[in-house]
Write a new protein. Structure first.
Length: 346
C-alpha cells in the first residue's frame, strides 16, 4: 500500500516537474520573441503627398472636399481666382480618412479622436491599448520615419517588436502611409492617458507556442513597397487588398478564431473560407447582405463586434471583387469552436 502511494506520489511529482519545465520553456521563448529587435531601412516619404496637376480636379470631386467651396470664397472676395489649385493636404487627409476608417480601422484601437483607447484589459491576456497619437508622437524630427516603421513593419521607434498588428498594413504604398500620417496629424490634441500595453501570462505562453504571432516576425523588412497603389491591378489583386481589412480579426488564412488581442468576451471571428465551417454555401447575395445589413445567411444578426457598419459604404463592385477573392483562398476548417467566452482549441 505504502509502496503504491510512493509510486503515485513519485509520478505526480515527475509530471508536475515536467509540466513546470515545459511552461518555463514556453515562458522563456515567449519572452525572448517579445524582446527581439529589428533592422528596418529608414523610409523617406513626403507629407502631404503632392497632388498631381492632372488628376487633382477629378480626385477633389470624388472625395467631396471643400476645395471648390474655398475657391468660391476666394472668388467672392473678388480676387477673381477661378482655378484654385487643389490643396494637397486636404486631399491627403481625405484619402487618409477613408483608409483609416473604412479599411484599416485605426480608430478601433486608437480611439475615435485618436486620443488613445483601452482595447482589452484581462489578467490572463494582458492589456492592449492603442496609445494617444495626438500628444506629440506625430510631431518633430523623425516622426514620419517612426510612423512608417510601426505601421508597415510592426517595429517601434527604438527597433523593438511592437504589439500593433502591422501585418495588415505592411503592403501599403508610400502614398497611403503618407495619407494616413497627414490624416492622423490633422486631429487636435486630446488630454488622455492610456495604460501601456502589456503581455499577460496566457498571451506570453501563446506567443511561446507560436499560436499568437507578432507581426514583425512575418514581415519582409527589406522589401521595397510601391510608391502609389497600383491602379492597373487585376480584380483578384484588388480583392486581396480589400481583404486586408478582414485579416486583423478573421486571421491571415481567413479561417477565423480568436481575435488577436481582443477582449476575451468577444465572439470568435467566423471562418470566411469556403470550407463547410465557413462560407461554403454562401452566394454573393448572402455575402452582400451580411456586409450591408449585418445579417448572417440564416437571418441571425451578426454580433456588432463585426464592423459591418463601418464597411457598409463599400460599393457593389468592391464587395464583388472581395467575395471573388475569398473564393480563391484555401479552404480551411475553423481552428476553434465558436462561442464566448470559454473557447476551446480544436
Ligand atoms: C489592434 C489594435 C490596433 C490597431 C487596429 C492599430 N493600432 Fe496602432 N498601436 C496599437 C498598439 C497596441 C500600439 C503600441 C504598440 C507597442 O508599443 O507595442 C500602437 C502604436 C501605434 C503608433 C506608435 C505610437 C507611439 O506612441 O509611438 C502609431 C503611430 C500607430 N499605432 C498608428 C496606427 C495606425 C495609423 C493605424 C491604422 C492603420 C493603427 N495604429 C492601428 C494598436 C493598434
Ligand atoms: C474587428 C474585427 C472584425 C473585422 C475587422 C472583420 N470582422 Fe467579420 N466578423 C467578426 C466577428 C467577431 C464575427 C462573428 C460575429 C458573430 O458570430 O456574430 C464576424 C462575422 C463575419 C461574417 C458573418 C459570417 C457568418 O457565418 O455569419 C462575415 C460574412 C464577415 N464577418 C465578413 C467580414 C469581412 C469580409 C471583413 C473584411 C472586409 C470582416 N468581416 C472584418 C469580426 C470582424
Amino acid at each position: 500500500m505504502i509502496r503504491m502511494l510512493r509510486i503515485v506520489f513519485g509520478l505526480t511529482v515527475g509530471a508536475a516537474c515536467g509540466l513546470g519545465m515545459a511552461l518555463g520553456w514556453l515562458w522563456w521563448r515567449g519572452t525572448s520573441l517579445l524582446s527581439a529587435t529589428w533592422q528596418v531601412p529608414t523610409a523617406q516619404i513626403e507629407v502631404p503627398w503632392p497632388a498631381p496637376e492632372a488628376d487633382a480636379h477629378e480626385a477633389s470631386e470624388a472625395v467631396h472636399i471643400d476645395v471648390a467651396a474655398d475657391a468660391m470664397r476666394v472668388q467672392d472676395g473678388s480676387e477673381g481666382v477661378v482655378d484654385e489649385p487643389p490643396d494637397a493636404t486636404a486631399l491627403a487627409v481625405e484619402r487618409g480618412r477613408t483608409l483609416a476608417v473604412e479599411r484599416l480601422r485605426c480608430h478601433a484601437c486608437h480611439g475615435e479622436d485618436l486620443g488613445g483607447a483601452l482595447v482589452a484589459d484581462d489578467p490572463a491576456f494582458g492589456v492592449l491599448a492603442g496609445p494617444n497619437l495626438t500628444q506629440g508622437v506625430l510631431q518633430g524630427d523623425g516622426a514620419m520615419e517612426a510612423f512608417e516603421r510601426i505601421v508597415r513593419h510592426g517595429v517601434r521607434r527604438d527597433g523593438t517588436t511592437a504589439l500593433m498588428p502591422a501585418l495588415d498594413y505592411e503592403g501599403l504604398s508610400d502614398r497611403e502611409v503618407s495619407d494616413l500620417f497627414a490624416y492622423a496629424k490633422s486631429f487636435p490634441e486630446v488630454e488622455r492617458t492610456v495604460p501601456l500595453s502589456e503581455v499577460g501570462p496566457v498571451l506570453r505562453l501563446l506567443i511561446g507556442l507560436g499560436q499568437y504571432r507578432l507581426s514583425a516576425f512575418d514581415i519582409d523588412h527589406q522589401r521595397t513597397r510601391p510608391d502609389v497603389p497600383d491602379t492597373h491591378d487585376t480584380e483578384l489583386e484588388r480583392g486581396r487588398q480589400l481583404a486586408s481589412a478582414c485579416r486583423g480579426c478573421h486571421g491571415h488564412d481567413f479561417a477565423g478564431g480568436l481575435v488577436p488581442g481582443a477582449d476575451p468576451t468577444w465572439p470568435t471571428a467566423s471562418n470566411l473560407t469556403l470550407h463547410p465551417d465557413g462560407l461554403a454555401d454562401w452566394t454573393h447575395a448572402d455575402f452582400a447582405r451580411a456586409m450591408r445589413e449585418g445579417r448572417s445567411k440564416d437571418g441571425r444578426a451578426i454580433d456588432p463586434v463585426m464592423p459591418w457598419q463601418d464597411m457598409s459604404g463599400w460599393t457593389d463592385d468592391e464587395l464583388q471583387v472581395l467575395f471573388a477573392y475569398l473564393q480563391t483562398v484555401p479552404h480551411k476548417p475553423s481552428a476553434m469552436v465558436a462561442g464566448p467566452p470559454w473557447r476551446t482549441f480544436r
